[in-house]
Write a protein that binds this ligand. Structure first.
Ligand code: HEC
Length: 190
């Protein structure tokens, strides 16, 4: 008898929440399905060819003012190194083509595709309020940062058509993990 009482107490403790779960209207009563609206709010990845890019446009000049207001506090004047992270290597007319060492790999010149920069800024920046930029603001910021990195000219305008055509300075600086022969212009993993 003593023995079965010892068993009974934990069984009761386990059974009460289990019963509560079983009686709830949805099966386990944990979480709710995401609405289409909620899924849409983070389902906006831009691939290398940029076909998902939204319409919009921006120039380095437009981007300069937005950068000073919303980005400079962390990334320094003109993105040239602030409290957080340098976004610019090279200079207007003079892109940095490597070699890239550890701390330089985080500057924009390292990225293989222009559209990746758009996607990153749109999704993650400013770090204090990600997702708060409009499409035009993102095009403008990318244009400004590309100009400062020597990737485009000061008079160029970026939009959903021109951005994917921008050739990044390190575009062919990546080699496949497993070498292929004959070498392809496109990395073999893509
Ligand atoms: C509150 C500080 C803060 C602000 C403001 C901010 N950033 Fe950042 N940014 C960061 C941090 C922190 C990282 C590094 C994030 C990581 O590595 O996970 C970063 C990374 C980046 C990168 C990626 C660099 C790389 O490593 O490849 C870009 C591009 C960038 N920020 C652009 C911007 C732009 C454009 C703005 C203005 C709209 C902005 N950031 C505003 C903090 C900030």
């Amino acid at each position: 008898m003593r023995c079965s009482l010892k068993l009974l107490v934990p069984v009761i403790f386990l059974a009460v929440p289990a019963l509560a779960l079983a009686q709830s209207s949805s099966r386990f009563n944990v979480g709710t399905p995401l609405s289409q609206q909620e899924i849409k709010s983070f389902d906006f990845m831009i691939g290398p060819d940029g076909k998902e890019l939204p319409p919009g446009h921006g120039s380095p000049k437009d981007g300069s003012a937005i950068f000073a207001k919303r980005c400079q506090v962390c990334h320094g004047q003109n993105g040239e190194g602030g409290a957080i992270r340098r976004l610019v290597l090279g200079s207007p007319g003079n892109p940095f083509r490597g070699p890239f060492r550890d701390n330089e790999k985080s500057a924009l010149s390292y990225y293989p595709y222009a559209t990746v920069v758009w996607d990153y800024i749109n999704r993650a920046m400013p770090a204090s309020n990600p997702g708060s930029l409009t499409a035009d603001e993102v095009y403008s910021l990318v244009a400004f940062l590309f100009y400062r990195n020597g990737i485009i000219k000061e008079t160029d305008v970026l939009d959903e058509k021109t951005l994917p055509k921008v050739e990044m300075p390190n575009r062919h600086g990546f080699v496949p993990d497993i070498p292929v022969y004959p070498p392809e212009p496109k990395p073999s993993w893509w």
